[in-house]
Design a protein around this ligand. Sequence first.
Ligand code: GDP
Ligand code: FE
Ligand code: FE
Length: 193
Amino acid sequence: MDIKYAKKIITNVLSKDRVEHSFRVAKVATQLARKYNVNIEKIELAAILHDYAKNHSKEELKRWILQSSLPKNLLFYHSAIWHGPVGALMLKQKHGIVDRDVLSAIYCHTTGKEHMSTFEKIIFVADYIEPMRDIPGVEKVREVATENLDQAVYLILRNTIQFLMSKKHTIYPSTFYAYNELSATVGNQMEVI
Ligand code: GDP
Ligand code: FE
Ligand code: FE
């Protein structure tokens, strides 16, 4: 799929604000891809499409989970995490996207997962640090992202887990797995922030 077509299909399914968010994510992701030697066109495509399913109703997302081979345990967690896996599936089925890097980065962009590729990490980080994000701690993640991608992923996971716990929300297991994996390496290297 070319970028022009990707832009067209998201304008059909996403609100104007969401489309603009996707373009900002694409810009940041492209910069990171240059730094970390990842295919620029492919990262741009994944970034533009990453929130494809975001404006679909909760009921529709749930139907896609129930009627596919997506893990049913998603349904035990907050619906905010459904649009990644469902978006990847919709793009595959409705738009013929087959690229595994693109699909898997979209799949795990909200929760993260263990053994993330550099491509997946870039989408995960770019979504969190795009210029309009005003999350406590985001400045530090922006600084770190250009130097050490794993440290950026680690900080995001830690912030997200802390935030969700403070709200008494449940946390999807993949998020913990990703966090634990990085804690063993980057968590110990970093000065505690
Ligand atoms: P967006 O789609 O660009 O708004 O960003 P994301 O896809 O990263 O996040 C959607 C929301 O899901 C955010 O508000 C996160 O805090 C939240 N989120 C991320 N992981 C989890 C989780 O494991 N459980 C719950 N309940 N929410 C999560
Ligand atoms: Fe998202
Ligand atoms: Fe997003």
